[in-house]
Design a protein around this ligand. Structure first.
Ligand SMILES: [Zn+2]
Length: 235
């Protein structure tokens, strides 16, 4: 559901702003280890955000459901807190857990300062509503809420840095985007590229410790898997 509050506060965050914010956080938190894969999300959370920005973090929260859907994560503005559903740990799917944590970090980095700065909005919301709640569909399905799209983009940039993805892609595909016939299923091709194992090289999903879905979306967004027309535009 698209709320008026979200449009008013979060509507105009540019993609470049989100890419830069993710890069900056990685370098600030990890220093020289910012380029080591997979990206060390625990150090970003515990050694940087908790230590330096007063974040309280709980990844074994019982978040229940909202609107009939599992709540995967929650970011509380004041006092600053991120909660992650313990359900994600039980599942044992590291990629989904990491992406959800990175998504909540996106709310923390991109949206918390906006809410805090917008004092009028802030006081209207009332203290119990200083929260962004992330439903299952925001991570794993379609969402049109700007703050959820932005948090997903942030998570993708944080866990799958462009430079490192370019290098890993180059090792596997000689830096060429995957050319496809028009009418072919790009999502399927991107998913296959995400999990493909080549001799001596682990799958991209293993290198970055993300799900096949998250990697496929990154490959499409960065046009490493692209339809023939957009490949031609690049020359
Ligand atoms: Zn969210």
């Amino acid at each position: 559901m698209k709320s008026r509050r979200a449009d008013a506060v979060f509507g105009f965050l540019h993609e470049n702003t989100i890419v830069s914010a993710a890069d900056e956080l990685r370098w600030e938190a990890l220093g020289v280890r910012a380029t080591v894969l997979p990206v060390d999300i625990d150090t970003i959370i515990y050694d940087h955000l908790c230590q330096n920005q007063g974040l309280s973090f709980n990844d074994e929260a019982d978040l229940g459901t909202a609107s009939g859907e599992a709540v995967l994560g929650k970011m509380t503005v004041q006092p600053g807190r991120i909660e992650i559903s313990r359900q994600l740990k039980i599942e044992g799917n590291e990629g989904r857990l990491r992406f959800t944590i990175a998504h909540e970090i996106g709310h923390w980095v991109l949206h918390r300062p906006l809410i805090l700065a917008d004092e009028r909005q802030y006081s209207l919301l009332g203290s119990e509503k200083h929260q962004l709640v992330t439903l299952n569909r925001a991570i794993n399905g379609l969402t049109s809420a700007p703050e959820e799209i932005q948090a997903n983009m942030f998570a993708s940039e944080l866990l799958i840095p462009r430079k490192q993805l370019g290098e890993e892609w180059g090792r596997r595909n000689s830096l060429r985007p995957v050319a496809t016939k028009s009418g072919s299923d790009l999502k399927l091709i991107a998913r296959e590229a995400a999990i493909a194992r080549m001799p001596g090289l682990p799958a991209l999903t293993d290198v970055f410790a993300v799900s096949a879905e998250a990697m496929a979306i990154a490959l499409l967004r960065r046009k490493l898997v692209a339809p023939p027309a957009s490949l031609l535009e690049g020359f």
